[in-house]
Design a protein. Structure first.
Length: 581
């Protein structure tokens, strides 16, 4: 039997305090204490502008679907909720999700919540969470089904492991279930761990539009058929299981609350707009020194919207967004991440608008105004005028001291500065504060748009090889000694003292708009997504430049460590800005 998870991943978002209340139980005193704890934390961060505590407490009660204040909720809990539990034989609250050890499925509370409250579909009579089961239980039942066989991908193990108890001596990945037209392996089941399709649901009356769906994309017709066959095997086996299924029991006195029951007195509950975790840090400025004003970027604004305001079926929208991305020619290499794909999908349907000041490709009404690469001298001026930030940088630069990354003070100050992504964001915010213009980093789409005439049509392996033979920088020791290539491994504190200098002249290329870029495999530029850098020679992720002849990886897919200037990889990463009124 697998190890159960703990019921500590249910959060109710409360925008008024920019936080979420953990709802581990419906007991009034415990719920009140949870609200009080989060309210005090929010009040310590920004005491002015928060609603009074009782208003927040009443709001939480009402978001749970009770049309009353907290005082009346106490009475309803005793008068209605406890009798409901007793009437249905629900005696022990527990987490009814699957555990972590060899689970058949691995659901999250939000998946269940969105399916029940935001899908618009009829509630299933029961759902399969796999609670109390593991993959060995799955194999045991599969062996008993006509037309299904269990075997090992390592043939010598099959005969040694016929008895269920013997199977537990081996990793579950060693075993597969074979049926007509398909073979189901352990990792395949995790493509079906969702309520997007109905493979985990049972209904009193079969749904007309209830396909089983795998979260797999870009499949050929043959691959799609194999996937469908695997789902059918999976569905057939879990249907034969008696354990692992939870009865769905809507609470009659609240439109926002549904109970799950295991049939043995154990119960769990979910509520509308449940979140699986507390909100992430929504404001980029929280990373910087107090008083240094950094506005949230588009990613964080979307993060706040999707956490506090979005009430849709996240899993369904994500699935639709993925399919739309690939239908428009997207590839795994150019895939920018789940959040970015979902944001574009919701924007196209009018559910999300780009943050003010952020222009999206295809929506521009005027030409993009872009600066040259910010120079070493311009960064020095910024650091001189922002001593608190420079101190912060010295403490958080993860081994990339700025001076050494920029020649140790002996570099031509008109050359492009090598900076961290934090540096670039901070510089843009400071430049904006000087007025009258606004400044920000480019998106990947804007970079392609601005330098479209320099975008290579085809990239060969010879092009890659030739590019990496043209060095851009050299390393110098503290005493001026030069290294032949990259320095050997040494402690971080010693590497921090190594200077990195340009080899001039730099390989500049000028676009038709007059803006220049450094056309080198060893030079990247920071883009708006945090820690994402693009290479200006091959227009690929800077971390994946060596594979650009195969496929150009999106910078959002392959990012740098926070605080990096590229020095540890023997490259420099600079930045330029978009200028807006």
């Amino acid at each position: 039997m697998n190890t159960p998870t703990q019921p500590n991943s249910k959060f109710l978002p409360v925008r008024e305090i920019w936080d979420a209340v953990p709802v581990r139980t419906l007991i009034p005193d415990a719920l009140k204490e949870a609200v009080r704890e989060r309210y005090l934390i929010a009040n310590s961060k920004r005491p002015y502008g928060l609603p009074v505590y009782m208003k927040v407490l009443n709001y939480v009660v009402q978001r749970l679907g009770f049309d009353c204040d907290f005082g009346e909720y106490r009475q309803k809990y005793d008068r209605e909720l406890l009798p409901f539990l007793e009437r249905h034989g629900l005696h022990e609250q527990k987490c009814l999700l699957a555990g972590e050890d060899d689970a058949i499925v691995s659901l999250r509370y939000r998946q269940i919540t969105d399916r029940l409250f935001a899908s618009g579909l009829a509630h299933p009579s029961r759902i399969f969470t796999g609670h109390g089961l593991d993959y060995w239980d799955f194999l045991d039942i599969a062996e008993k089904q006509d037309g299904l066989t269990v075997s090992s991908i390592a043939p010598d193990l099959t005969e040694r492991s016929k008895r269920p108890r013997r199977k537990r001596q081996f990793p579950p990945q060693y075993f597969e279930v074979k049926g007509a037209g398909g073979t189901l392996q352990y990792l395949d089941t995790f493509c079906f761990n969702n309520f997007l399709g109905h493979q985990l649901c049972d209904h009193k009356e079969p749904l007309v539009n209830g396909p089983f769906i795998a979260t797999l994309y870009r499949m050929s017709t043959e691959e799609k058929q194999k996937s469908d066959n695997c789902i059918m095997i999976f569905r057939r086996v879990i249907t034969a299981l008696s354990a692992g299924w939870m009865n769905v029991m809507p609470y009659p006195h609240s439109k926002n609350l549904i109970f799950l029951a295991d049939g043995n007195g154990g119960y769990d509950f979910v509520f509308r707009n449940l979140r699986d975790a507390p909100p992430a840090d929504m404001h980029f400025g929280a990373k910087f020194p107090a008083g240094f004003s950094i506005p949230p970027d588009e990613d964080r604004k979307f993060g706040a919207y999707s956490y506090f305001d979005y009430e849709g079926w996240r899993e369904f929208d994500q699935h639709e967004a993925e399919q739309a991305f690939y239908a428009k020619g997207g590839t795994p290499a150019t895939y920018p991440g789940e959040t970015t794909v979902l944001r574009a999908y919701l924007d196209g349907r009018g559910h999300w608008s780009a943050a003010p000041g952020v222009t999206q490709l295809g929506k521009r009404e005027s030409p993009l105004i872009v600066t040259s690469l910010i120079s070493i001298n311009e960064m020095r001026n910024f650091f001189d005028k922002n001593s608190k930030y420079f101190l912060y940088r010295q403490q958080t630069s993860n081994g990339d001291p700025w001076i050494e990354a920029n020649g140790g003070g002996n570099e031509d100050a008109s050359l492009p500065a090598a900076v961290s992504h934090d540096d670039a964001v901070a510089y843009a915010a400071w430049a904006t504060s000087q007025g009258p213009k606004n400044y920000r980093l480019l998106t990947e789409e804007e970079y392609h748009e601005h330098f479209v005439d320099l975008l290579p049509d085809d990239i060969s392996e010879d092009d890659i090889r030739a590019a990496f033979q043209q060095k851009l920088c050299r390393f110098e020791g503290p005493n001026g000694e030069e290294y032949d290539g990259h320095p050997p491994y040494m402690p971080a504190e010693d590497f921090a003292k190594i200077r990195m200098r340009y080899i001039q002249p730099l390989p500049w290329k000028r676009g038709k708009n007059g803006t220049e870029l450094v056309a080198s495999a060893y030079f990247g530029e920071w883009l708006a997504p945090e820690n994402a850098a693009i290479n200006g020679l091959f227009f690929s992720a800077q971390t994946e430049t060596g594979y650009a002849h195969k496929e150009r990886m999106s910078p959002s897919r392959a990012r740098f460590a926070s605080g990096s200037t590229g020095k540890y990889k023997g490259i420099k990463i600079g930045f330029r800005l978009v200028v807006e009124d």
